[in-house]
Write a protein that binds this ligand. Structure first.
Ligand code: KG4
Ligand code: ZN
Length: 338
């Protein structure tokens, strides 16, 4: 089975061809980071325009590298939710037209389900059920992966996502967008115990996250230091932020696994590239004898290989869309509407 995947939910235009669920024949990504960097974050209208300019070339390249034609495909999968609405609309409309012209089924894919599926590409033995922690720029979810196409959310962020917290702390320290990776790099040379930062708890729900208190505490610390003319060591602060976020993610994930009886844990989303998070969760799982899975670095951030892979599972489960498919900016994981 050959599925073309298309991704345009944020600032990456991507296309990929996946064979038999998990074998990636091609994965092309055109990133807009350099352009958005100038503004300190993604500018939605610019993102939509760049997707519009690039999506055909990226798709042609993915088909070429996979050595397939449109006629060879079994279906065309596309991210239709959640994300920036203007950005999603470009991918959805393009995929819909392509499916119509090539007379192929159109397969809708939820972006977070795609992030989870990145693990199937890297770990051929991984099968549901398992517990997945998805941490990205827009989401922090603890998810029971019940089957390839069924999910139950047991925890989510009440305010900022983990990636957003990394990025906003990074911006306050003067690092360019997207700052998560810069904190990761600076943390390599810092002392993770240098600053004691809060581990915000959320009243009433054990498995929900809250990262805005951590962000505010970092911003206040930098502000006060600035007012007093003090200099804060960015490496130490980065290492302390990274350690705190890694601890929060690890503690909640392990506790949820114990409570819900999972011995298999996966990590996914852009923040799964973070060295501290990978190590902390990996070590905690190893200590308890849990199986631990995470994507290789190139599949942590937004890409279309994960969409093509999840699209293959959706297609196998009979999930296809008709010509009325629309993009949806917000859609909870445990209530995916196809
Ligand atoms: O999954 P993703 O590419 O986009 C969304 O779906 O949101 O995630 C992007 C997020 C950004 O916040 C980015 O800073 C963060 O992932 N990120 C990292 C690292 N690499 C990417 N955060 C911390 N450490 C990293 N190495
Ligand atoms: Zn993403």
């Amino acid at each position: 089975m050959l599925i073309l995947g298309i991704e345009s939910s944020c600032d990456e235009t991507a296309a990929s061809v996946c064979e038999d669920f998990r074998n990636i024949r091609s994965s092309v990504i055109s990133t807009q980071i350099e352009e958005h960097k100038k503004y300190g974050g993604v500018v939605p209208e610019i993102a939509s325009r760049r997707h519009c300019e690039n999506i055909l070339a990226v798709t042609k390249q993915a088909l070429k590298e996979a050595n397939v034609t449109l006629a060879d495909l079994d279906g065309i999968a596309v991210t239709y939710a959640p994300g920036l609405i203007g950005a999603l609309l470009v991918g959805v409309n393009f995929a819909k037209s392509l499916a119509f012209a090539a007379e192929k089924p159109l397969i809708p894919v939820h972006h977070i389900a795609g992030h989870i599926a990145a693990n199937y590409i890297c770990h051929k033995e991984l099968e549901p059920p398992y517990l997945c922690i998805v941490a990205s720029g827009a989401h922090s979810h603890l998810i029971e992966v019940l089957s390839y196409t069924e999910f139950r959310v047991i925890g989510r962020t009440r305010d900022d996502a983990a990636g957003e917290c990394f990025d906003k702390c990074a911006r306050a320290m003067g690092f360019p967008y997207p700052g998560g990776v810069h904190i990761d790099k600076a943390a390599q040379n810092g002392n993770p115990a240098a600053f004691k930062l809060p581990h915000p708890a959320v009243a009433g729900t054990e498995f929900d996250f809250s990262f805005s208190g951590l962000k505010t505490s970092v911003i206040n610390m930098l502000h006060h230091a600035d007012q007093k003319g003090e200099i804060i060591d960015k490496n130490d602060l980065s290492a302390s932020i990274q350690r705190t976020i890694s601890e929060i993610i690890t503690e909640k994930t392990i506790r949820a696994a114990e409570e819900y009886g999972y011995k298999k844990i996966a990590l996914a989303g852009g923040v799964s590239a973070n060295t501290g998070v990978r190590t902390a969760l990996g070590t905690a799982c190893a200590k308890r004898g849990f199986e631990f899975y995470m994507p290789e670095l190139k599949l942590c951030g937004d890409n279309a290989a994960m969409i093509a892979c999840q699209g293959s599972y959706n297609f196998a489960a009979g999930i296809t869309a008709d010509e009325s498919l629309n993009a949806v900016a917000t859609m909870p994981m445990d209530n995916i509407i196809y």
